[in-house]
Design a protein around this ligand. Structure first.
Ligand SMILES: [Zn+2]
Length: 302
């Protein structure tokens, strides 16, 4: 009988989950719309787990690792998820009661870093940084094979590192000048809007700004380069703390490739402490499945 574990990524709009074997094989994936009510959410997740397990009678399920978009303490309790409308929720208790399985919870961005370490671009590394540049900017820090979450779950919040690029721009967290405010897709759009050629566009995406940069628009190039510098600067700070073996860049914005990666690495090389300056950068590999693998990694990478 082979062992498997669920990885479950609970988001504000959808829940993505999968059953992963101890060898890292993703047996089945499911995705469904998030329920507003906490009880209904966990009823739905438990129902889907039961359904999936029904397809694999020869598999021994050892538990479920659940990612939630908020700070998690003691592998079980989340203290507020703004985009789920949750207050304090005992994730492990809610799902454990419904399934009879061992449950571990973690912050979703940290979990993605665990997934990349186990089965993605960080395979074989025990010390790594993941920076996920999307609508927001998240990520996770792994040290000695373990997620850094800190005293009350606020560790590894790489997007909210103070950045000097736009100290007067407010971040989604309420604070001003976070890395996320400058270098996320939202930050890139905001910076581009300062130029007349982008002000006129009713709908503007970060992709539009990257396309303009590729086509030679110097203002767009300036915006993209600045976002890259901001990420590279924070990566240099994180490297001083962690001395990582590899730094991974993921998220939708990372699809811009060299345009973003070059200024990130240029700033990093310039600012990193000498023993860290040669740390390689790579694109994250698991995309939307990172949380699923990360959830299983909570059980299989212990
Ligand atoms: Zn912030």
């Amino acid at each position: 009988m082979s062992k498997a574990c669920f990885g479950i990524d609970v988001g504000g709009t959808t829940v993505k989950m999968g059953l992963v074997t101890q060898d890292g094989e993703l047996l089945e994936k499911q995705e469904f719309v998030s329920a507003h009510d906490v009880g209904e959410m966990f009823d739905n997740i438990a129902g889907h787990m039961k359904e999936v397990l029904g397809h694999f009678p020869d598999v021994e399920c050892v538990g479920a690792g659940v990612g939630v978009p908020g700070p998690v303490i003691e592998d079980r309790l989340v203290r507020g998820c703004a985009n789920l409308g949750w207050g304090d929720v005992d994730v492990a208790g809610e799902l454990g009661r419904r399934t009879g399985l061992p449950i571990k919870a973690a912050n979703d961005a940290n979990l993605a870093a665990m997934g990349e370490m186990w089965q993605g671009a960080g395979r074989g590394c025990k010390d790594l940084v993941l920076l996920t540049v999307g609508t927001g900017l998240g990520g996770g820090l792994i040290s000695g094979g373990r997620m850094i979450t800190g005293f009350n779950g606020g560790g590894g919040e790489v997007g909210h590192i103070p950045s000097s690029f736009h100290p007067d721009w407010q971040c989604g967290c309420g604070k001003y000048g976070c890395l996320e405010a400058t270098a996320s897709a939202s930050g890139i759009i905001r910076a581009a809007r300062e130029y007349p050629q982008f002000q006129e566009r009713e709908r503007l995406t970060a992709r539009d700004v990257f396309d303009a940069a590729k086509d030679g628009d110097p203002d767009a190039q300036k915006v993209v380069t600045e976002a890259g510098h901001a990420v590279g600067h924070c990566a240099a700070i994180l490297a001083c703390v962690l001395n990582p073996e590899i730094i991974l860049i993921g998220g939708g914005v990372s699809a811009a490739g060299k345009l973003l990666m070059d200024p990130i690495q240029e700033t990093f090389k310039l600012e990193a402490f000498a023993p860290n300056a040669r740390v390689p950068f790579a694109r994250a590999q698991l995309g939307n499945d990172a949380g699923t693998f990360g959830g299983a990694a909570l059980f299989f990478c212990e």
